[in-house]
Design a protein around this ligand. Structure first.
Ligand SMILES: [Zn+2]
Length: 500
């Protein structure tokens, strides 16, 4: 029986813009979220590399290009949601990379940047995918990066070096039921180092392989128990590029479409499931100081949140956690460009973009580098507005490898110079082209949400999820003092890769 207050809530949400489409979901989740209740399903959503400053920017951009605000922002304001700030430090730095970040959720231990679920002394940790399957719950990974990239790997792989994506792919065969994203190169014989055909191997193990959007959308979920979907050789293309390419729209699914397909397969799991959904290219746009690409990635992530909430309306015994793994380059808009009615309003300028920086950078930096006239044309096509002569010259010099173009050494490179040039027109500035130590936002809905409130440590997510699965499992961990004895050898040897 519905109480008058819940009827009131539904009526209110029905008139509440972006929340209207999920009014039933919020009502159902709220009813299921009795204190102490345990969820059957857990959906863990990650906007990779999303600085807290990105959400208010995406809110403005969303209103401009789609006439409604961000669903995530609106959820933060709801009484059905628990809210937290999360400290994402790793064992080697206050600034984490994505594999140490995801491993903190995936094993409950802080580890070194660049490692996956392994302590500095080589102790292999049990990833949450294995804990979940031991508890009878199926496991899914959905991402816009390669499926073997740091964030999905942190839930299901154990590896000394996150760069070992061929090995990570192999580990999924026995630990994961649904894998959707990019990264075909780590599954196909032609591109794997060991020339093994993992697609065939997964098929032999009961997986249904799909390699295009059409195949994914045509799936009859009822017959599929295990699913591997690989929609690009490497990363899934940026949403901004997909939006401007009929070919990509036809062949590459959106994050929301992949999440919906994964949920349709996992739905039949008798004891529930754990699904990670990553908007992985929010991070890549930040590394590139590419504000327009980042905004579109945020909208795609927001659509995936809506897909997860729609699932939860039919299955309110679902805990939904929405968060980020670290800040990145901390963009912010400031100054006169924020004026609403100005034709140079930063968001209006951003909305003119027609391609990501990643599309033009090879042309700027390739053989026979572009001259200033070509750069002007490339930038106009990508951004939708003209750079000044000074800006074009700075981009040319940065592409040619010239240094000391700006005093901030962390921005003294092509990505930083491109970001600053666009920022002159949009008002958006960046502090670097790399990760930051900011606390990340976290929002939780459904049964178990109350465990994700206040100021929390990243490792708490593992403990919460495992407890909520009814398991008492804990991994070993290492103190920062002991870790320091390993740090010099592990991190400071010449040629150590710099992971993002
Ligand atoms: Zn990164």
């Amino acid at each position: 029986m519905k109480s008058t207050s819940s009827i009131g809530r539904r009526a209110f949400l029905g008139r509440a813009g972006v929340l209207a489409s999920v009014a039933g979901s919020l009502e159902a989740l709220h009813a299921a979220a009795k204190p102490g209740a345990r969820p059957k399903n857990i959906i863990f959503m990650v906007a990779d590399g999303m600085s807290p400053s990105v959400l208010p920017m995406a809110e403005q951009f969303s209103w401009l290009v789609r006439g409604k605000g961000m669903l995530w922002r609106a959820l933060i304001d709801r009484p059905e949601a628990a809210r937290a700030l999360m400290d994402m430090a790793s064992l080697s730095s206050v600034v984490t990379d994505s594999s140490a970040a995801s491993s903190s959720w995936g094993s409950g231990a802080r580890i070194f940047n660049g490692w996956v679920n392994m302590l500095p002394d080589g102790t292999a940790l049990t990833p949450i995918a294995s804990v979940s399957r031991d508890a009878g719950r199926r496991v899914g990974l959905v991402t816009t990066t390669t499926v073997t990239h740091a964030t999905p790997a942190g839930f299901a792989a154990v590896q000394r070096d996150r760069g070992g994506e061929d090995e990570i792919a192999q580990q999924y065969q026995k630990r994961v039921d649904v894998v959707l994203g990019g990264g075909r190169q780590s599954f196909e014989a032609a591109t794997r180092k060991d020339k093994r055909d993992l697609v065939g191997q997964f098929r032999g193990d009961g997986f249904t392989p799909v390699l295009s959007r059409d195949e994914l959308l045509r799936l009859k979920a009822g017959g599929v128990q295990k699913l591997v979907g690989l929609f690009a050789p490497g990363m899934i293309p940026f949403t901004l590029d997909r939006n401007n390419s009929a070919e990509l729209q036809r062949t590459v699914p959106t994050l929301a479409e992949m999440a919906t397909a994964a949920l349709a397969v996992l739905e039949s799991s008798p004891k529930g499931f754990l699904l990670q959904v990553e908007g992985g290219r929010v991070d890549h746009a930040a590394h590139a100081n590419d504000a327009a690409s980042q905004m579109w990635e945020m909208l795609a992530f927001d659509d995936a949140i809506e897909a997860a909430l729609r699932f939860a309306e039919r299955h309110p015994e679902t805990l939904l956690v929405i968060t980020a793994d670290h800040g990145n380059s901390n963009p912010g808009i400031g100054g006169k460009w924020a004026e609403w009615n100005s034709p140079s309003n930063g968001f209006k300028m951003l909305a003119r973009a027609r391609s990501s920086f990643s599309q033009i950078q090879p042309k700027l930096m390739g053989k026979g580098k572009a001259d200033t006239a070509q750069i002007k044309d490339l930038v106009r096509e990508a951004c939708g507005f003209e750079f000044t002569s000074d800006e074009v010259e700075a981009v040319r010099a940065a592409a040619a490898g010239t240094k000391k173009l700006c005093l901030n050494s962390r921005l003294d490179k092509l990505a930083g110079i491109m970001g600053q040039a666009v920022g002159n027109h949009t008002g958006i500035g960046w502090v670097s082209t790399d990760h930051t130590s900011d606390y990340v936002l976290l929002t939780a809905l459904g049964p178990g949400r109350e465990r994700f409130a206040g100021q929390i440590r990243n490792t708490r997510c593992f403990e919460n999820m495992v407890d909520l699965m009814g398991s008492k499992f804990r991994n070993p961990s290492m103190s920062p003092e002991r870790a320091r004895t390993f740090l010099r050898a592990a991190v400071e040897h010449p040629g150590a890769p710099h992971w993002v």
